[in-house]
Design a protein around this ligand. Structure first.
Ligand SMILES: [Zn+2]
Length: 314
């Protein structure tokens, strides 16, 4: 009991000083993830059938307002969903997942070698008729790239479909940009944008190689952002983008244990990389890298990019 108290107290102190460093004293208490009633959040790896007899992997269990839920992954399509525990039929043995597409992808994207930068899915693994747009929302004091997002919405009117984008979101960005977050959710609700949420960690530490720095609690970096998304009524995808695209074997294997796949990029526009068919494009939507936005805007406005949902890259 005493140990627990000391641990949680030192964590609070750490959060306090980190907050001081990052945001000044006024915003300190806003940097703790509001759980939105989500409790007992934990990683699991279970097999189950839904009511239509689709084979699912259950990767998180939690309670919300007294009801038990799972975050589920369709073992064939890798589409994630939140389901009540009462709506799935648990199987005794999770080995039934071993032949699934999901298992195959988890294996493929956790294999050696482990380069420091850009490990994981960096472009389509097969022929596809377009490209994938990933938009990073690392913590930022600036308003987001409004004209860029509005251009995507305008594209949806021209193309008469919700525009598929992947947003790599951090917990801190969500907490400090609730109006912009609500705007994005409204575009999704109005079928203008089809958003895949990629977890980009909670705090997005930068110093000493991002999440590889000593003292980082990787589990919390992953789960706290998931909880925030769930509290918003959104569903985290199977994708995780490492801050700075930097990872190592230990973190990749942990990510695999959590049922997630690292997503890198072969077309980080601000770094001068070029888009080819099947590319995973990386731009920053948080106004911290205007060059990438400047480069992609004319392509979007001239309808030069056929954007595809990120799951099609697998
Ligand atoms: Zn980032």
């Amino acid at each position: 009991m005493l140990g627990l108290k000391i641990e949680s107290r030192s964590r609070l102190v750490a959060i306090f000083f980190m907050g001081l460093l990052c945001y000044g004293i006024n915003a300190v208490f806003a940097d703790v993830a509001p759980t939105g009633g989500i409790q007992h959040y934990s990683p699991v790896y279970l097999a189950a059938y839904d009511r239509e007899h689709h084979l699912l992997a259950l990767i998180r269990s939690y309670e919300n307002q007294g009801t038990a839920y799972y975050l589920t992954v369709d073992s064939n399509t890798l589409v994630t969903q939140v389901m009540r525990a009462s709506d799935v039929n648990l199987l005794l043995d999770n080995k039934v997942l071993n032949n699934s597409n999901y298992f195959k992808m988890l294996e493929r994207y956790s294999e050696a070698p482990y380069p420091l930068v850009n490990y994981g899915l960096t472009r389509a693994g097969k022929d596809v008729p377009g490209v994938f747009l990933t938009i990073d929302l690392c913590p930022s004091h600036k308003l987001f790239e409004q004209r860029f997002f509005e251009t995507l919405v305008a594209m949806s009117e021209k193309e008469d479909r919700p525009i598929p984008i992947a947003i790599s979101v951090t917990g801190l960005w969500m907490i400090h940009h609730s109006a912009e977050m609500n705007w994005l959710l409204a575009q999704e609700k109005n079928n203008k944008l089809q958003i895949i949420w990629v977890n980009h960690s909670f705090h997005h530490p930068v110093k000493d190689h991002f999440l590889l720095a000593p003292g980082i609690n990787f589990d919390e970096e992953v789960f706290d952002t998931e909880k925030l998304l769930l509290a918003e009524g959104e569903v985290p995808s199977v994708f995780f983008r490492f801050p700075g695209l930097e990872s190592n074997q230990e973190l990749i294997l942990k990510l695999r244990e959590f049922g997630l796949i690292a997503v890198g990029s072969d077309a980080w526009l601000a770094k001068g990389q070029k888009i080819t068919q099947g590319s995973i494009i990386l731009v920053h939507g948080n106004s911290n890298e205007p060059l990438g936005i400047k480069l992609i805007m004319p392509m979007l406005q001239a309808d030069q990019l056929h954007l595809l949902p990120l799951l099609q890259a697998l």
